[in-house]
Design a protein around this ligand. Structure first.
Ligand code: ARG
Length: 724
């Protein structure tokens, strides 16, 4: 026992006298064989091979990567039957569910349960299954130019990443159409791995609770504990006759997975083992101290304001009209989710003294570099400082492009006109220009599906206001400043006038333009002038400076992380999240949120009844559900204490992208679905706080209760393996 403990301490790099830390870490799969002892000491009854093996079917084969139709990853899911059935969060299925909803058949509001496979509905996203991982570090690094030119190095890396991905894909031969290969840096470019995903395109919605169950508590409860949301939706993967990926076809069959999760409905106990596998998107746990300051004092507060103003505009109309509510539901949820997170981060970074703590670590690093004469790392700190001084000056221009301009639909249309303008300029390319315009015209119905003019006009005014009022005017396009001055900074009037003259504000006007595109019309369009002006100012004037920042940060990050590993060779340094599959292990655990406040590790239906507020936008719930809860009609889903447990906490380390991840007990059985983090650790992307960082999970028994007893879809249980 003792021996084991020492081994464990060595692995975690914990010296005696230091406090034993909870299990920070979104561990890459290739490291988990090294963690087997410490996982088993926590209560894991399986081997590392059972979780991740390159030779046999294992747990990782049941973990699903949700990807857009363009294969951009956004969430996680878990396969729970031999017929490709998988669970994910309601907020992950949200976009697809909204798209399948109409004003007449509003399944977002009412919920939906397919009675049989024929009733399942095509959902507009792909999923990926991790098929293979290959270390390609030497393929990328060996041919890099020597010398100090970081920009040249970065360019060479990018080129190598591209060519290696292409080469690996080519090597798949006839199978290559089925796979997406992503070559990804770990530890800021100290290692490169190629991830092979088998991508399935025929995904169908099987069931979802109504929104007032799946998003119960709304924005008020979001990022908070105690929680009572059944944040789940359920889909199925379809494959062709050979069980391979295929485009949607009614002849496709449910996919037979290599592995699927058995489900344990005995209920987790306090302190029992809990482990999560999934796809965390991005963390920045090694951010330099000045960067922390930039985020907490400037970047986050600005983003919060810009987003809040847009959200207020959405809300004004969404509350008035259910049609608008459905139309803007997904945009609202996405914008609001990170509005709240950014607000919490700005505050938490300060409260938790992250800046001071980083400074401390950096000072230690500098002292080590000096004492050991590690010249390789001698410029890391000064490079960081220089880079962040520049970020502080010009960083916001990029932020306002992301959170401002990109949230105004007419401006987004205007941003997409670059290629057409180039073609229109060249008289010999008239036919090509026409073709380009026709292709855009074909997308117009989809482009304007989530578009309501009164909202968009106000959003435009708000975005213009923030650009002019918040940013250094000398760097903004002259046309924008002139217009603002002409209207004496009355942005409503300014937007009104632009609206009258622009081709981007309605489907009719835009379509008229695309039917006979003219360079003159485009170039004098006021929204085009401002948007295009902003982009050219940024990409033109600021690009060299931005490139420099990126090279400096790239280099400093890579060297700093390499240096820290060299400085503490016994410490297994967890790499920042990068959209690849990770494992985090720990326990079901309560916490002390603040002075005199103890948070129990689970919630029950009692809390749903307590929070229930008929007619409220966030806390309404189906009366039938409340009735069932009052009668305590929970059947096999009741806990030993007689209650229906709704959600529970673990001390696992997750972030955005992990949403929908399987929460697994020590035997590898599914006990819940992860869906959120808690407020006290809202800055966890920057720093892990072992004493109160928690993952919020839907108890699998609440999921099955809603599916079976409330939703009447009990037939799905026949596909599952339930451990009672
Ligand atoms: N905070 C959750 C996450 O980032 C998303 C919750 C979505 N719900 C909402 N009310 N916007 O995974």
């Amino acid at each position: 026992m003792k021996k084991k403990l020492i081994g464990l301490l060595m692995i975690l790099g914990i010296g005696f006298g230091q406090q034993v830390r909870a299990d920070e870490g979104m561990w890459p799969l290739f490291l988990i064989s090294q963690l087997q002892d410490s996982m088993q000491a926590r209560g894991l009854q399986l081997s590392a091979e059972d979780i991740y093996s390159i030779n046999k079917a294992c747990i990782k084969d049941a973990v699903v990567r949700l990807m857009s139709k363009q294969n951009r990853m956004f969430c996680t899911g878990e396969i729970i039957s031999q017929q490709g059935l998988f669970l994910t969060n309601h907020h992950c299925g949200y976009g697809a569910i909204q798209e399948l909803s109409t004003n007449e058949d509003n399944i977002l509001t009412n919920g939906f349960w397919a009675k049989n496979q024929a009733e399942e509905r095509p959902a507009n996203f792909n999923i990926g299954l991790l098929a293979k991982v290959e270390d390609v570090t030497s393929m990328i690094m060996d041919s890099l130019p020597s010398g100090d030119d970081e920009a040249a190095r970065a360019k060479a890396v990018a080129a190598m990443v591209k060519s290696v991905s292409a080469k690996l894909k080519e090597a798949l031969g006839a199978d290559k159409e089925m796979y997406v290969i992503e070559v990804v840096p770990f530890w800021a470019g100290n290692k490169y791995l190629a991830m092979y995903y088998q991508v399935f395109q025929d995904i169908r919605l099987v069931g979802t609770p109504p929104e007032n169950i799946g998003k119960f508590g709304g924005e008020t409860d979001n990022w908070m504990w105690p929680r009572h949301t059944c944040d789940i939706s359920i889909f199925r993967i379809y494959a062709d006759a050979s069980n391979n990926p295929a485009k949607y076809s009614k002849d496709n069959k449910p996919y037979a997975p290599k592995y699927y999760f058995p489900i344990n409905i005995q209920g987790p106990q306090e302190k029992s083992y809990a482990m999560i596998l999934g796809y965390p998107g991005r963390t920045q746990r090694y951010t330099f101290s000045d960067g922390i300051k930039y985020y907490s004092d400037k970047e986050r507060p600005k983003r919060v304001k810009v987003r809040r103003d847009i959200l207020d505009i959405y809300e004004e109309y969404m509350h008035k009209d259910p049609k608008i509510k459905l139309m803007y539901a997904d945009k609202f949820a996405g914008l609001s989710n990170y509005w709240k997170k950014f607000m919490g981060e700005a505050d938490a970074l300060k409260k938790l003294n992250i800046y001071e703590r980083r400074k401390d670590e950096e000072n230690k690093f500098s002292a080590w570099v000096k004492a050991n004469n590690k010249t390789k790392y001698s410029e890391v700190i000064s490079t960081y400082s220089e880079a962040y001084a520049k970020v502080d000056k010009i960083g916001l221009y990029g932020v306002y492009l992301q959170d401002g301009i990109s949230n105004s639909q007419p401006m987004v249309f205007a941003m997409g006109m670059g290629k057409l303008e180039e073609l229109l300029k060249d008289k010999s390319k008239k036919e090509e220009a026409k073709k380009e315009a026709a292709a855009m015209a074909a997308d117009l119905d989809a482009d304007f599906k989530e578009y309501y003019e009164p909202i968009e006009k106000k959003v435009l005014a708000s975005v213009l206001m923030h650009l002019v009022e918040d940013l250094d005017n000398s760097a903004l396009p002259a046309s924008l400043i002139e217009m603002a001055n002409k209207h004496k900074k009355n942005y409503t009037a300014m937007a009104e006038e632009m609206w009258k003259k622009s081709i981007f504000v309605s489907k009719e006007k835009f379509s008229r333009f695309l039917n006979s595109p003219s360079l003159k019309t485009l170039q004098k369009d006021p929204i085009y002038k401002v948007t295009n002006g902003y982009i050219t100012e940024i990409t033109g004037k600021m690009q060299p400076e931005m490139n420099k920042i990126n090279s400096q940060l790239g280099k400093a990050n890579r060297l700093f992380q390499a240096g820290v590993m060299e400085m503490s060779p016994n410490r297994l340094l967890t790499p920042d999240a990068n959209g690849t599959m990770r494992m985090t292990y720990g326990r079901v655990l309560p916490y002390n949120g603040k002075d005199a406040t103890f948070f129990k590790e689970f919630t029950t239906s009692r809390g749903v009844i307590e929070k229930y507020a008929p007619g409220d936008i966030e806390f309404d719930a189906p009366a039938r559900l409340i009735d069932m809860m009052k009668k305590k009609d929970f059947g096999q889903y009741a806990d030993k204490d007689g209650e229906l447990h709704a959600c529970f906490l673990t001390d696992n380390d997750i972030t955005g992208g992990n949403s929908g991840s399987p929460v697994i007990n020590g035997k590898g059985e599914l006990i819940g679905t992860a869906f959120d983090g808690n407020w006290e650790a809202i800055a966890s992307d920057f720093a892990f706080e072992p004493q109160f960082q928690r993952t919020i999970c839907v108890d699998i028994r609440y999921t099955l209760f809603i599916l079976d007893k409330f939703g009447g879809a009990g037939h799905l249980l026949n596909e599952m393996k339930i451990i009672r």
